[in-house]
Design a binder for this molecule. Structure first.
Ligand SMILES: *Cc1c(COP(=O)(O)O)cnc(C)c1O
Length: 222
């Protein structure tokens, strides 16, 4: 199937409350253009340089989502245009995003990444550290960021029960923290689910899925 057919059939199967992020990392501009022509406006990338090159070349009504791990010293390169950063995992990073957003006179949406997978290599915050960020009294002074969601990645496992329990842990944390609301904190998006596990993620309450290979095909890393 073609990229546009993949997007159409995916969208037909997504519940109305679920937003699709088309994960286009490693894929050429032509592929993104095909997705764009199908109506897709939200794209996810995980490398700042690649995302910036694509932003420069593509229509400006695209919402760019940074879905990968972000180093503090790289924030300045995407601050002029990035819509949402999915994998915020420290207060230091949040402060840097605020600083660079302020310089650009923008507000950048941030999702906090909760570590839900059992595997050691995954980035993300423990629930305790995540709550500590939300309770930090300095947070409310960061006027150029908005914490609008939580994000998580389940284990790369075949065990559906394990993946489900990881998603449910994230959903439970989301529901618990959704009640907290301040000037720059209002959780309305739960970013979980990828090509291999998005139906399960949706069953568990996801409102934003990040789908790459099921749209664009397998990635070749060279
Ligand atoms: C690559 C990536 C995805 C998409 O993965 P697919 O399995 O190709 O759908 C989703 N989320 C993150 C954080 C990624 O890095």
């Amino acid at each position: 199937m073609s990229i546009s057919e993949n997007i159409k059939s995916l969208k037909n199967n997504l519940p109305a409350q679920v937003t699709l992020v088309a994960v286009s990392k490693t894929k050429p501009i032509l592929d993104l253009e095909e997705a764009y022509k199908t109506g897709q406006r939200i794209f996810g990338e995980n490398k700042i340089q690649e995302m910036t090159q694509k932003w420069e070349q593509l229509p400006k009504d695209i919402q760019w989502h940074m879905i990968g791990h972000v180093q503090t010293n790289k924030v300045k390169y995407m601050a002029p245009y990035v819509d949402t950063i999915h994998a915020v995992d420290s207060f230091k990073l949040l402060k840097e995003i605020n600083k660079q957003a302020l310089k650009n006179n923008r507000i950048i949406n941030c999702f906090l990444q909760l570590k839900i997978a059992k595997e050691e290599s995954k980035f993300g915050l423990t629930k305790q550290d995540l709550i500590a960020i939300l309770k930090d009294e300095v947070l409310v002074s960061l006027q150029n960021i908005k914490i609008t969601g939580l994000m998580g990645m389940a284990s790369f496992a075949d065990n559906k029960d394990q993946i489900r329990s990881e998603f449910l842990l994230l959903k439970e944390t989301f529901d618990e923290l959704k009640k907290e609301e301040t000037l720059n904190l209002k959780l309305n998006t739960l970013s979980m689910g990828m090509s291999g596990d998005y139906p399960l993620a949706i069953e568990c309450g996801s409102t934003m899925v990040r789908v790459g290979s099921a749209i664009f095909g397998e990635r070749n890393y060279v």
